[in-house]
Design a protein around this ligand. Structure first.
Ligand code: AKB
Length: 314
């Protein structure tokens, strides 16, 4: 473990911010090379400004730091991606191809590729969506993730590159803000509640979606990456489940602590995306292969989100 030097792309993003800190704790600050277009002002550690569409720039960092693992988090998410479909495809795929090719050439030990529930679309069982459902994504982001999963498997099958992947649900954490996703409401709502503001939700009250609390998302990532190679039977991307709820249910959980909190609903273009996604996820393969078990439910997540945001704002 001591000899790993890990490159993270998208380290200033919602998941990247927290994952980078966890990896620093585990492997030491000097062994974690955080990269993004811009550095978080509060970031403490080794940072390189990097545009992951630039093949030569990634190569230079991999060589300079003798990188052994790559977590490729940089991507344009579902809602923002729809504003520029071809540009989104271009960025999401180009960056991943760059990472795959460089990893193959420089014999990187392990690559992490985040996939998403966005790989699923209409024509699936929306309750307890199985691992092997049809992938008919409704967004360019989802199409790029479905393609990426298969490219990861291709590099594993053809070149033995150890690419591992999770299909994240919406990630909810207090440490960082999401940007441009369809599940973002479930983070924004907490910030409004703690600031005693009303919240207007861009999804309707009954839209049930799979979500995961940040600690669970990070733990799932590290558990997958640390699992013995022979245990990884899914080489596209694992379904993982945390919890599922609707905006109404989340607002009721918040009201237990903030009785005056008020929510209204003004569905926009993101409603159509959310309506094509699963309501809950069957993650039997992750449970079976590397003992995945989520720890947070809606009550424990709500409590910890409110407590930490209160500390942040007050
Ligand atoms: C999004 O909403 O686009 C992301 C995701 C579920 O991948 N949070």
């Amino acid at each position: 473990m001591k000899n790993e030097v890990i490159l993270i792309t998208g380290s200033s993003g919602q998941l990247g911010t927290v994952l980078t800190e966890k990896l620093q704790e585990k492997y030491g600050n000097e062994n974690i090379i955080a990269t993004d277009l811009r550095k978080n002002p509060t970031f403490n550690g080794v940072f390189e400004a990097l545009d992951v569409t630039d093949f030569e720039a990634i190569k230079a960092i991999v060589v300079k730091h003798k990188i052994t693992q790559i977590y490729h988090l940089a991507a344009i998410l579902s809602a923002n991606g729809e504003k520029n479909p071809l540009g989104t495809w271009d960025i999401n795929m180009k960056t991943f191809f760059n990472v795959l090719e460089i990893s193959k050439t420089y014999k990187i030990n392990k690559v992490f590729f985040p996939s998403s529930i966005a790989v699923f679309g209409n024509n699936i069982e929306r309750s307890n969506t199985p691992q092997s459902s049809n992938l008919t994504p409704s967004t360019v982001y989802g199409i790029s993730k479905a393609a990426g999963e298969n490219w990861g498997k291709y590099y594993f099958d053809k070149y033995g590159l150890d690419v591992r992947s999770l299909r994240y649900p919406g990630v909810i954490g207090y440490q960082s803000l999401p940007g441009g996703g369809t599940t973002d409401y479930a983070v924004d709502i907490f910030h409004k509640a703690v600031n005693n503001e009303d919240f207007d939700c861009f999804l309707n009250a009954e839209t049930e979606l799979p979500m995961i609390y940040m600690d669970d998302a990070i733990r799932a990532t590290l558990e997958l990456m640390e699992a013995p190679k022979e245990k990884i039977t899914v080489r596209t991307s694992y379904n993982i489940s945390g919890l599922s709820f609707t905006p109404y249910q989340l607002s009721e959980a918040i009201k237990k602590n903030y009785p005056a909190f008020r929510i209204s609903y003004t569905p926009d273009f993101r409603q159509e995306i959310a309506s094509s996604w699963p309501m809950s996820i069957d993650d039997s393969e992750a449970k079976q292969d590397w003992n995945w078990k989520p720890a947070f439910n809606i009550e424990s997540m709500t409590e910890i989100m409110l407590k930490n945001l209160e500390l942040k704002y007050k």
